[in-house]
Design a protein around this ligand. Structure first.
Ligand code: GSH
Length: 216
């Protein structure tokens, strides 16, 4: 099997599969696609992922070369294909619990929440209405972050005793919460505590340094 290729953008949701690859210790090559500079809309990248989004994972093995997209799908694939170290539970309820977290983060928190704050112009035909959309987005996100805070209360990691891909995914949203002006350390002490532990992991530190991202 050839090394995986992960197309990612610094601090984007691709940070989560990037951390998963590093934690698994498998051979991979990260390839930067700068979303803020529109590189994801260039023909070279659209040839990789016609949806123009990151992450995208290139798998190249005895069955040929394929592209897998969607952070959730990439993380499920990698953790199933490389079961040790275990980064997602496989027993039915644990697996469903992990999907419950990832589905919520990818849909309600990402596309329905953070995206409306970061890219409000994509939700209206009226440019003058964009700031109000972003403001409502910030209001809509608050109960979502409060929900995460309550779920992490008293826990070592999101799924209990063991670090998992969910903790990596939550790190993306923690950073975004600050970027949305939600003052995470002040308003989400339990979330902050768990994310401090995530950021202390050597594999996470390597990925954060490679992506060149910062945390408040
Ligand atoms: N549902 C997708 C969403 C991917 C996505 O929206 N990625 C963002 C970066 S966080 C992106 O590529 N944005 C580029 C754009 O919207 O043009 C997933 O979870 O992987």
């Amino acid at each position: 099997m050839k090394p995986y290729h992960l197309y990612h953008s610094p601090g984007a949701c691709s940070l989560a599969p990037h951390i998963v690859l590093e934690e698994l210790g498998v051979a991979y090559e990260p390839i930067r696609v700068l979303v803020n500079e529109g590189e994801n809309r260039k023909p070279e990248y659209l040839a990789v992922n016609p949806r123009g989004r990151v992450p995208a994972l290139v798998i190249d093995d005895e069955h040929g070369q394929r592209i897998l997209t969607e952070a959730l799908a990439i993380m499920v694939y990698l953790t199933r294909r490389h079961p040790q170290p275990s980064l997602l539970p496989t027993e039915p309820e644990g697996h469903a619990r992990a999907l419950e977290w990832m589905s919520w983060l990818a849909s309600i928190m990402h596309q329905g929440g953070v995206r409306t704050v970061f890219r409000p112009e994509r939700f209206t035909t009226d440019p003058a209405g964009a700031p109000a959309i972003a403001e409502q987005g910030r209001i809509n996100l608050r109960p979502g972050y409060d929900d995460i805070e309550a779920r992490l209360s008293g826990r070592t990691w999101a799924l209990g005793d063991a670090f998992s891909a969910i903790d990596a995914y939550l790190l993306v949203f923690y950073r975004w919460g600050n970027r949305c002006g939600l003052r995470m350390r002040e308003t989400c002490p339990e979330y902050s505590r768990v994310m401090d532990a995530v950021r202390a992991r050597p594999a996470v530190q390597r990925v954060v340094a490679r992506e060149g991202i910062h945390f408040e």
